[in-house]
Design a protein around this ligand. Structure first.
Ligand code: TXA
Ligand code: MG
Length: 329
């Protein structure tokens, strides 16, 4: 049950959940929905399974993974919480927040999963299918986004299949993921630091901390230096097409990724138009972002013109992913 087998796709019925748990226990790979994006799961305590996961994704082995657990109690067996981390977990778990914390002494997570770091990223997802699998399996599951390395994250089972068919054992189809961008990552290793904007808005976190989040050091977002959050390399999330950000309208032949209202003249020049949120809602835009990028990419446009999106709320995560996609080309 490894890379070369055929990949089954099933709904989230009880028999399939039991299958997923059996496959994980045998060191196999199962893709499943979370509230953010689909994850590619492996037994976090099995170094061989984790190695297969890196191979299936084509991911550089130095990029550490997030351990998914069912609740705070399970997380406490893996990592040490300081006061800020405890407050954030109490406020936002289950939910789209990942905490990077010092590994506990007896942490059973395979060293390969953390790429040798003495910290571990943990999160409690907020999705019934993810929870059913975590409950049935009974151990932490490491799960990066279920895409080939460098591709945009999958928000449907079909996206996962397009990237990973033949390379993983099972895909549990739980429909479209509601949030649509990956979790927000905060390191609590001293002053809480935002490593990746994501599905939980910065403002909500700062309200609980009663403090501004510190910015990640430049190395975390820079290709080259040893990064604190290596997945933040600029080349992450790159579609094939070139991206032209802050476009007021499409040039002839470009694809247009719109936001808010679009005048017929602006849209008329475009080869194809998809709107992240006609009503200008950043939450809706996040949910549509990766599916629209994939669709415009498959439409074969050389350049995707992207209309400006305000930075508030989930707009920060949307703009972060767009900037990375643009820099990756
Ligand atoms: O929403 C999500 O977080 C999804 C779903 C499946 O849970 N997962 C996800 O995983 O986005 P992935 O592997 O695609 O991104 C995880 C990010 C990477 O940028 C990685 O470098 C960072 O988390 N990361 C993991 N462990 C870390 C650590 N110990 N220190 C700093 N960054 C870490
Ligand atoms: Mg990813």
């Amino acid at each position: 049950m490894t890379a070369q087998s055929t990949t089954r796709v099933t709904g989230p019925d009880a028999a399939s959940i039991a299958d997923a748990a059996r496959i994980l226990a045998a060191g196999g790979l199962v893709a499943f929905p979370t509230e953010t994006v689909y994850g590619l799961g492996a037994d976090a305590t099995n170094g061989i399974a984790v190695a297969r996961l890196y191979e299936a994704k084509g991911r550089p082995a130095f990029n550490p993974l997030i351990a998914h657990v069912p609740d705070i109690g399970a997380a406490q067996a893996l990592v040490a919480f300081d006061r800020a981390a405890a407050a954030l977990a109490a406020a936002f778990w289950p939910g789209p927040l990942t905490l990077v914390l010092p590994k506990a002494a007896a942490c059973p997570v395979a060293a390969l999963a953390t790429a040798g770091l003495d910290t571990l990223a943990v999160r409690v997802p907020n999705h019934p299918v993810a929870h059913a699998i975590l409950d049935a399996f009974g151990k932490p599951i490491v799960a990066p986004s279920a895409n080939r390395s460098g591709h945009v994250s999958p928000t449907t089972a079909a996206h996962v299949h397009a990237d990973l068919a033949g390379r993983i054992d099972l895909i549990i189809d739980g429909g479209q993921t509601p949030v649509g961008v990956e979790s927000t990552i905060v390191a609590c290793l001293g002053e809480p630091m935002l490593l990746r904007p994501g599905g939980l808005p910065r403002e909500a976190i700062e309200r609980v901390l009663k403090n501004k989040l510190h910015a990640a050091p430049a190395a975390a977002t820079d290709n080259g230096a040893a990064p604190l959050s290596p997945g933040m390399l600029a080349t992450h999330y790159a579609p094939r097409a070139r991206l032209r950000l802050n476009a007021k309208h499409a040039e002839p032949g470009e694809a247009l990724l719109a936001f808010g209202s679009v005048s017929p003249a602006d849209a008329g020049r475009a080869k194809i138009v998809l709107n992240l949120s006609p009503r200008g809602d950043p939450i809706e835009a996040a949910a549509n972002l990766f599916a629209h990028l994939r669709a415009l990419d498959s439409a074969g446009a050389g350049t995707i013109a992207v209309m400006p999106i305000p930075d508030d709320g989930l707009g920060e995560a949307v703009n972060d992913r767009l900037a990375r996609a643009a820099a990756g080309r």
